[in-house]
Design a protein around this ligand. Structure first.
Ligand SMILES: [Mg+2]
Length: 131
């Protein structure tokens, strides 16, 4: 079991190429309702306009980075339960720890395959649905 294919997903990354790659991986997995934001500030704005089922979040971004965005939404009663998978080039233990402490549901290291993405998404789905 995992996110239904009609799930609304927001991919947040400052690099257009990366957003395109993630979007294409999601398409391969059957997810077509995918929107993009280029930094935390932009993502925060989008989250307030629309209901999303999952956020795929880059770490390093201008304006507002991934960790700050994550801490902001976890403090917000309206947004705090949105599942977030942190997507980053850094696999350092302290980074993973900080992401988890800040409220990330899971963590994925770039570059990754559609299969890995699906695995992480399934884990998050199980986590939020008490599996
Ligand atoms: Mg970045």
């Amino acid at each position: 079991m995992g996110f239904p294919t009609n799930a609304k997903i927001l991919t947040v990354d400052d690099m257009a190429t990366m957003r395109k790659i993630i979007k294409s991986l999601l398409t391969q997995l059957g997810y077509t309702d995918v929107e993009e934001a280029e930094n935390g500030k932009d993502a925060l704005y989008k989250l307030k306009q629309n209901k999303y089922d999952l956020v795929l979040l880059d770490w390093n971004m201008p304006e507002m980075d991934g960790i700050t965005f994550l801490q902001e939404i976890r403090k917000d009663p309206e947004l705090k339960n949105i599942p977030v998978i942190m997507v980053t080039a850094e696999a350092k233990k302290e980074n993973v720890l900080l992401a988890i402490q800040s409220g990330a549901n899971n963590y994925i290291v770039k570059p990754f395959t559609a299969e890995t993405l699906k695995e992480k998404m399934d884990k998050v789905w199980q986590q939020i649905n008490g599996g």
